[in-house]
Design a protein around this ligand. Structure first.
Ligand code: SF4
Ligand code: SF4
Ligand code: SF4
Length: 254
């Protein structure tokens, strides 16, 4: 008799769906994963919706429309474990930028007829609405972390998510530090796990994996001020991925 595989659902709220694409980009690894679990819901590849129980629900994107609150609560109710998939789900992500802009102006610029638009005022991470058990950070996620997390959850192992700043990986990769050159880099404030991919390619960290629990925002702001980096520029950088998170709000809004 065939053993029943654990059921997994990948759900999507308002997002660019890039985290789902990252999962598909696993290719062979994704097929191997399908031998271990049964993926019941995955909007990018499955037309039919599934609204039953799952062992693990991964939720990409965040709540931007009121009806998404109910959808999220339903997913939570049906899942033993709920994982925020990506930075939108963890911190609000790029959709939260508009909380720092003139909303009416943004709507007019983007939509020819914004009269019928309905969206909530404050865009936040999913933990504002439901209990989130784990968060896979990144915009997009690192797909290998996704695979590892599923395996750890199913084996009842404590997931080992990276809790150190990007700087740790950056130093291991022997990059020349942007801060030493007087340039802006959010590596010291940001969770690692991306292997400092941007810095390796010659670009500073923009903080896509979100603000570290122990982030010393004030110390980095002082350094930026010393390097005469305009506050408007710092503010814009902080608002890209996690501006509405508690840890950045203080630095962004003052
Ligand atoms: S975290 Fe980034 S890649 Fe993932 S859905 Fe949000 S915007 Fe897209
Ligand atoms: S370049 Fe950025 S990530 Fe790398 S060590 Fe310097 S501050 Fe940290
Ligand atoms: S270096 Fe920074 S911006 Fe680039 S992937 Fe890592 S956390 Fe994201």
């Amino acid at each position: 008799m065939r053993a029943t595989k654990p059921l997994v659902g990948i759900y999507s709220l308002t997002s660019c769906e890039g985290c789902q694409v990252s999962i598909l980009n696993l290719e062979e690894e994704f097929l191997k994963l399908c031998d271990l679990v049964e993926i019941k819901h995955f909007p990018l590849i499955k037309e039919r919706e599934y609204s039953g129980k799952v062992s693990v629900a991964f939720v990409e994107g965040t709540v931007v429309r009121k009806e998404e609150i109910e959808k999220l609560r339903e997913i939570r109710k049906n899942a033993k474990v709920l994982v925020a998939l990506g930075t939108c789900a963890t911190y609000g992500g790029v959709a939260s930028i508009r909380d720092f802009a003139d909303r009416e102006r943004v709507m007019k610029c983007v939509y020819p007829d914004p009269m019928f638009l309905e969206s909530i005022r404050n865009v936040r991470g999913l933990d504002c609405y439901v209990k989130v058990d784990y968060a896979l950070r990144g915009c997009p996620i690192v797909a290998e972390e996704f695979v590892q997390l599923i395996k750890d959850i199913l084996l009842n192992k404590k997931p080992m998510l990276v809790e150190e700043p990007v700087c740790v990986e950056c130093r291991k990769n022997k990059n020349i530090c942007f801060l030493l050159k007087g340039e802006k880099c959010l590596g010291p404030l940001t969770y690692g796990g991306c292997n400092s991919v941007c810095i390796n390619e010659g670009r500073p960290c923009y903080g896509c994996r979100g603000p570290l629990k122990e982030a010393n925002l004030e110390a980095l702001m002082q350094l930026f001020r010393k390097h005469k980096i305009p506050f408007s520029e710092i503010r814009n950088t902080l608002t890209v991925f996690a501006g509405t998170s508690k840890r950045y709000r203080r630095g962004v809004l003052r």
